[in-house]
Design a protein around this ligand. Structure first.
Ligand code: HEC
Length: 147
């Protein structure tokens, strides 16, 4: 009985591996000049808490390639990068940057970024109160009224 269930489960899991989400490939040459420039402490915060999904510097964990977990992980990386890639920052126009500054203030205040599910596994990415505060202050100081 258990053996049959186990074989079915294992077989299903194997079949699921055939369905994978593809992330657009990382460019061969990443222009270091288009990366965002902020103070060293802010940069450190972005790198530990946001870069996994908002840059090309994604460290894919082993389970990140195993369906069905990979569907979650890869779609976050794919969408996260599409919304905001700190290494493409200088290619964004003012309108996009303004949207992002406002988005940062909102998502940090609402605790929706970094993604709560991600924080369950990556405790080190959780923002301390002061990291959160400086990130919000930085974004707010860049918001212009006319947008
Ligand atoms: C585990 C992946 C992940 C991490 C880590 C992460 N994000 Fe995101 N982020 C996403 C995804 C996916 C989206 C796309 C929109 C959505 O699903 O909400 C997004 C969207 C956004 C947006 C646009 C959303 C809006 O409503 O304007 C902002 C701003 C943002 N993230 C900021 C951050 C900041 C700042 C950090 C670090 C403190 C961070 N994110 C960490 C995955 C992530």
């Amino acid at each position: 009985m258990f053996k049959t269930i186990f074989i079915w489960l294992f077989g299903t899991l194997l079949l699921l591996q055939a369905i994978q989400i593809s992330i657009p490939p990382i460019p061969k040459k990443i222009d270091p000049n288009t990366e965002i420039k902020v103070s060293a402490p802010l940069m450190k915060t972005l790198k530990t808490s946001c870069y996994a999904c908002h840059s090309y510097e994604t460290k894919m964990p082993w389970y990140g390639n195993i369906a069905p977990v990979s569907w979650e992980v890869k779609s976050h990386i794919k969408e996260g990068r599409a919304w905001l890639n700190f290494q493409e920052w200088k290619t964004y126009d003012d309108e996009k940057k303004q949207k992002i500054y406002k988005g940062i203030v909102k998502t940090l205040k609402d605790n929706t970024m970094p993604m709560p599910m991600y924080l369950l596994i990556h405790k080190d990415a959780k923002l301390t109160a002061s990291q959160k505060d400086s990130l919000i202050k930085w974004a707010e100081s860049n918001i212009k009224e006319e947008y």
